[in-house]
Design a protein. Structure first.
Length: 416
C-alpha cells in the first residue's frame, strides 16, 4: 500500500475514535444524523489554459463530481464528513503546436475529503480532530497565497488535533491548543514534496459580549524531501505572534489583526525573513438587505509570507478578496460577484526583485430549478502583470454547472 493511502486511512480512523458511537444514543433526540448525496457535472472553457505569456491555448474542461455529506450530533459530540470524487477531463480547442503536450495528457481523478470531530470532555474542556485530503491541480489547496499557475498534480493531507479549555465556562477566557500536520506530495518528480509540522496556541479574552481579543502564537517547521546545498527551496523554522480584535456589530463580524513573523532557513544562501503580518476581515452574515432582498458581503485584506516555496521562491504577499451574494428572486435566483487581487513581492532568493500583480474578477448566477436541482453559469477574467519576462498572462473563462441542491455552509466552519 502506498504511503499516501496509509496516511489517509489513519486520518479517517482517528477521526472516528474521538466521537462516541451514535447508535448508543438513548433516544432519537440524543443523536441527529444527516446524510446527503451530492453531484455536480459541468464544463468550462479557458482562453489561456496554461497561463502562457506568448503561446495562449484554449482548452475545455469537463468534470463530474459525485459525493456524500455526513453529519451527526449528540449532546456531547459532533462529527461531520464530506467527500467528493472529481473526474476531470480536458480537450484542446486549438491546434496543439509541435512539441507541446496535449491537454488530455493531464486528465486525472481527484479527491476532496474534509472531516471534523469534537467531543466535550467536561463543562469547560473539549477535544477535537479535523483534517482534509485533496488530490488536485489547484495550487490554492497547498497555499492560500500561492502564486504558482502551472497546474501541477499533487496530493495534500492535513490533520489537526486540538484541545480547548474554557476557564470559567462562559467563553470569557478560553485557551485553545492545536497541532497541524501537512504533507504535500507531487506526482511529478521534478517538484519537491514537503512536510510541515505546526503548533498553534490561542488565548481568547471576551471582556464584553460583542468584543473578543485573541492572542495567537504559532511555531512551525517546513522541510523538503530533496534539499541540497544551493537549493532555494530551503526548509525553515518560523515563529509568529499576532493579536486579533473581533467585534460583532449589527449583524457584521469585524476583525483586525497585527503581528510579526521570523523565518530562519536551513541553508546558508537564503537570508532569514522578518516581516510584519496583518489582516482585516468583515463579514455581513445573512442579515443585510438591499431593496428587501437578502445580500451577503465579505471583505478580507491581509499581508503575510507564502508557506511553500514550490521552486518559485518566497515572497511577501498582500491579498485582497471581495465577495458579494445577492438573492435576485427570493431563494430561487442568486447572483454572486468575486474580486481578488494579490501583490507578490520577491525580496530574496533566486527571483529577488520580481514583483507580480494578479487580478481575478468573476460573476456567477445560480438558479434553483427544483428543490434538489440547481444550475450555475459562471464567467470571469484573470490577469497577472510581472516585471520579470515570461510571467505575464491573461485568461478569460466561462463555465456551466448542473448539480444537486446542497449548501455546505456550516459543515466545516473553522480555520485550521
Amino acid at each position: 500500500m502506498k504511503y499516501s493511502a496509509k496516511v489517509l486511512i489513519v486520518i479517517v480512523s482517528l477521526s472516528f475514535m474521538i466521537v462516541p458511537n451514535v447508535s448508543q444514543a438513548k433516544t432519537a433526540k440524543d443523536a441527529r444524523i444527516q446524510l446527503k448525496p451530492i453531484i455536480t457535472i459541468g464544463a468550462k472553457r479557458e482562453s489561456n489554459f496554461f497561463r502562457s505569456e506568448t503561446n495562449e491555448r484554449s482548452v475545455y474542461t469537463y468534470y463530474i463530481s459525485p459525493g456524500l455529506m455526513f453529519k451527526t450530533e449528540t449532546p456531547r459530540a459532533k462529527f461531520q464528513l464530506g467527500y467528493t470524487l472529481n473526474a476531470i477531463y480536458y480537450s484542446d480547442d486549438d491546434t496543439v503546436p509541435p512539441g507541446e503536450p496535449q491537454a488530455d495528457d493531464g486528465n486525472y481523478i481527484g479527491h476532496t475529503l474534509n472531516f471534523l470531530g469534537s467531543y466535550r470532555t467536561s463543562a469547560r474542556t473539549g477535544i477535537g480532530l479535523g483534517g482534509s485530503y485533496n488530490r488536485t491541480r489547484d495550487e490554492g489547496h497547498s497555499d492560500q497565497l500561492s502564486n504558482i499557475k502551472d497546474r501541477r498534480l499533487y496530493s495534500v493531507y492535513r490533520v489537526t488535533p486540538r484541545f480547548k479549555w474554557d476557564f470559567q465556562g462562559n467563553n470569557r477566557y478560553v485557551l485553545e491548543l492545536r497541532y497541524r500536520y501537512t504533507k504535500t506530495d507531487y506526482d511529478e518528480q521534478q517538484y519537491n514534496d514537503s512536510t510541515e509540522n505546526r503548533f498553534m496556541a490561542d488565548f481568547d479574552w471576551m471582556p464584553w459580549k460583542t468584543w473578543t481579543f485573541d492572542l495567537q502564537y504559532q511555531h512551525w517547521d517546513m522541510s523538503y524531501d530533496d534539499n541540497y546545498p544551493g537549493n532555494y527551496e530551503s526548509g525553515y523554522q518560523a515563529d509568529q505572534v499576532k493579536l486579533y480584535l473581533q467585534r460583532q456589530w449589527k449583524g457584521w463580524m469585524l476583525e483586525g489583526g497585527v503581528g510579526y513573523q521570523n523565518r530562519r532557513f536551513d541553508n546558508n544562501i537564503q537570508e532569514d525573513l522578518d516581516e510584519f503580518v496583518w489582516s482585516v476581515t468583515a463579514e455581513s452574515g445573512d442579515l443585510f438587505e438591499i431593496a428587501n432582498r437578502k445580500a451577503i458581503f465579505t471583505f478580507d485584506f491581509r499581508q503575510n509570507l507564502n508557506d511553500i516555496n514550490g521552486g518559485d521562491g518566497y515572497y511577501l504577499a498582500n491579498r485582497l478578496t471581495l465577495n458579494s451574494d445577492y438573492y435576485l428572486i427570493a431563494d430561487r435566483l442568486k447572483g454572486s460577484v468575486m474580486f481578488a487581487y494579490q501583490n507578490s513581492s520577491y525580496e530574496r532568493g533566486f527571483f529577488h526583485g520580481r514583483d507580480d500583480n494578479t487580478y481575478d474578477l468573476s460573476g456567477k448566477l445560480r438558479l434553483k430549478i427544483i428543490r434538489w436541482l440547481y444550475a450555475e453559469l459562471l464567467g470571469g477574467y484573470e490577469t497577472r502583470e510581472s516585471n520579470f519576462e515570461g510571467f505575464d498572462y491573461d485568461n478569460s473563462y466561462i463555465a456551466l454547472n448542473l448539480g444537486s441542491e446542497f449548501d455546505t455552509t456550516g459543515f466545516f466552519d473553522y480555520d485550521d
